[in-house]
Design a protein around this ligand. Sequence first.
Ligand code: NAD
Length: 355
Amino acid sequence: MKSEVLPVEGWRKVVRFTDEASGLDAIIAVHDATLGPGCGGCRIYPYPSFEAGLEDVKNLSRGMTYKNALGGIPFGGGKAVIFADPKKDKTPEMLKAFARAVDSLEGLYYTAEDSGVTEADLALIRSVTNYAAGMETKGVGGNPSPFTARGVWRGMQAAARHKFGADSLDGLTVSILGVGAVGMELARLIHEEGGKLVVADVNAEAVKEAVARFGAETATPEDAPGVDVDIFAPCALGGAINEVTIAQLKAKIVAGAANNQLKTPDMDQRLKDMGVLYCPDYVINGAGVISVGLEITGEWTTSEMTKRIDHIGVLLSDIFKRAEAEDLPTGAVADKMALEVIARGPKTAQIKAAE
Ligand code: NAD
């Protein structure tokens, strides 16, 4: 296996690993390790170029620095990408070689699931290196989607309280774009609380299931951002709030699971100007990585996990209040708060979030 440290300014360490025997070509990027080792998933994707993969792993690892800081786990930001098509190129040998690459960093980076990596893949990686988490062991951790859904639901409740003075989601209408692993569970939680649903998905079966289980109304994925609802929940791909959809938006709250919901950074200010309360994506969807973090530190229990997830609502309420007090968009406030956590240093990161 060959490794090459890439000189990337502003990152703690970025290393490219290539292994001819298994076909592995991967980059591991640790953005910031002030609060602890870099922690974040591994994405397997057939990037069109090396530059595209490098750009992605840089953006993703920087995002993890903020997410982990506000998630209250003692980890910095890290992420890995493997240049491969997970459907065609992924082999056990390739995953084992990746695990050796992770291991060679001696704990500077902990890996976990991202698109293209399954729980079974992680178990294989974990058989080679201890620096991996996110697989179910003795009822601890495992598939993060139900946790993520619960965190989004808690965040949505906090937003509804702040924006509408609502005690619950009862009687409110939520449009969910993408009823997959997270979106479907979110739909269940909203339905059980008395909320009404409009769902949209490119997968017709998923839409059918939501209609049958929750009496949801339907919209096309193109129409979903513009339907007349109280809350819009992007739970499919990134970039749901963009130049086109922002003009259609009728919801007064944006609260969903998708990563990178704002196509461009200016959307943060524009949502504020429109009076739309935006729940910063990496805060509201942070429960998955919180679960991974607690698994690594050995603190994972159902009650600790529930406490941490419920804290997402508290944290978002703080962000909303501060955004109002400082006349700033919520995304900018979240970034500021994450940097404050990092500036306070490793000892306070966890305590602060657990309060
Ligand atoms: P998933 O693949 O299970 O579900 C995504 C759903 O979106 C699928 O039903 C898919 O058919 C649908 N979809 C894809 N493209 C679409 C389009 N153009 N229009 C409408 N629907 C479309 O994924 P998931 O695990 O539910 O994650 C959803 C989002 O949340 C992703 O952006 C993911 O990165 C993010 N996220 C997930 C977790 C987690 O714990 N799973 C944690 C943090 C963030």
